[in-house]
Ligand binder design. Structure first.
Ligand SMILES: [Zn+2]
Length: 409
């Protein structure tokens, strides 16, 4: 009997901790990735004609990146560095963490390009506008969220001259004692000529194998593209500037073979023909979804399902949404009341304890003021939900609040 109870206890513990779970906020972030916007980001970067480190287009592209982040209303910095007789700039944007601002998660790529005629034409659509598009899209989506940790959106310069930009950042950050938890870098993530006939390749060093494994795990939970990890060895991309200093970093790429001479090698690599017309933007969008999901999970969005009870108590003190659920526990129906501080887009959704969406109670624009909706304990197709614990999650603009509710029938 005692043994039986012990087994039952262990089973429940296992189910609640080891089961592949998804966080509804991360699901929202993944769903927000837009192929239309990614196409626009890549096209804009290609339209500088060249972003070669020593060409005017590189300076212009850097200025445009600063303007993009500024336009989103997030902090942005020009990080100057020198090598030889050259002085160049990395562009770093930042969303500071709420509870652990000193712990930094980076999403990055290099914005410079090259080709056989680098001063005239180096569109660098795959290499590496594709990754910069991911960085821009992440910033655009993340600005509407809050995270425990700081997220930095980094566009390296002078990668093609030997990772000069990332080497400078890694050195400066380490000298300043900054806590870089993980660097999620990408270099060439748009060239998929046969669709998913090939893998997304994750290049890693032993120090960052945990991060490569996390990318694979997050992909399996949120996106599901074919994926493989590779010890980077001689393939020293921007992540290597960090891993050589013991900082965890990986590079996602479509082209492991491009650096290693295999069959997936892109014929447009470092050519003036590396243009957006050769990319598969549907596949690229899924890779960007993997990237943003990894960074969001690492940065820990607020209101994680499963620890909501404790979190609600802390956050309620300052929450303007005044989410109330009465009666609770309930059956057959309950009233969800809340306040809309300023007219805006509202989403009110119910999730089960495993984080699965059960019922969308309300979405769309609502007027400023007090609002209420009834939840009849059913799912989106009208079936009665199973008695148990649910989480009601309210979002109004960038503000959010989650409450636990128990359906007893
Ligand atoms: Zn590259």
């Amino acid at each position: 009997m005692r043994t039986g109870w012990l087994c039952l206890g262990l089973t429940i513990l296992w189910a609640s901790t080891s089961q592949a779970q998804t966080d509804p906020i991360v699901e929202d972030i993944v769903a927000a990735v837009s192929q239309t916007r990614l196409t626009s980001h890549v096209q804009t970067l290609q339209d500088f004609d060249t972003r070669y480190t020593y060409a005017q287009g590189n300076t212009d592209a850097g200025d445009w990146l600063v303007g993009f982040f500024t336009g989103l209303g997030i902090e942005v910095e020009r990080h100057e560095f020198t090598y030889g007789t050259h002085t160049e700039e990395n562009i770093i944007a930042r969303i500071s963490g709420t509870t652990h601002p000193d712990e930094i998660i980076v999403i990055s790529g290099h914005f410079d390009s090259t080709s056989e005629q680098p001063y005239a034409l180096a569109p660098g659509a795959d290499d590496d506008a594709s990754a910069i598009a991911a960085v821009l899209e992440a910033a655009l989506i993340f600005k509407d969220h809050r995270f425990e940790r700081t997220v930095e959106f980094i566009c390296y310069n002078a990668e093609e001259q030997g990772r000069r930009g990332s080497i400078a950042i890694a050195a400066d950050y380490q000298a300043a004692g900054k806590n870089l938890v993980a660097v999620v870098n990408s270099d060439m993530i748009g060239y998929w000529p046969t669709g998913w006939g090939r893998d997304l390749d994750v290049a890693y060093e032993p120090v960052s194998e945990w991060l490569a494994d996390l990318v694979i795990d997050v992909n399996s939970r949120y996106v599901g593209v074919p994926i493989a990890k590779h010890l980077s060895g001689a393939c020293r991309d921007d992540h290597w500037s960090f891993t050589s200093r013991g900082i965890s970093a990986i590079t996602n790429m479509d082209c492991w073979d491009a650096h290693n001479g295999g069959p997936e090698s892109t014929p447009y690599y470092h050519r003036s023909t590396d243009t957006i017309s050769t990319l598969n933007l549907a596949c690229m969008t899924q890779v960007v979804q993997v990237n943003v999901a990894v960074v969001a999970e690492l940065a820990r969005p607020l209101n994680p399902v499963g620890v909501t009870d404790q979190w609600t108590t802390v956050s309620d003190r300052a929450n303007r949404l005044s989410l109330q659920i009465r009666p609770n526990p309930f059956g057959p129906s309950t009233m969800i009341a809340y306040r809309v501080p300023t007219t805006g887009i509202v989403s009110l959704r119910v999730y089960d304890a495993a984080g699965r969406l059960v019922r969308t109670v309300a979405t769309g624009e609502q007027e400023e003021g007090d609002q209420s909706r009834i939840w009849r304990g059913n799912d989106d197709v009208g079936r009665p939900a199973t008695p148990g614990v649910y989480f009601v999650r309210l979002r109004v603009g960038a503000e959010r609040q989650t409450k636990r509710v128990v359906l007893i029938r």
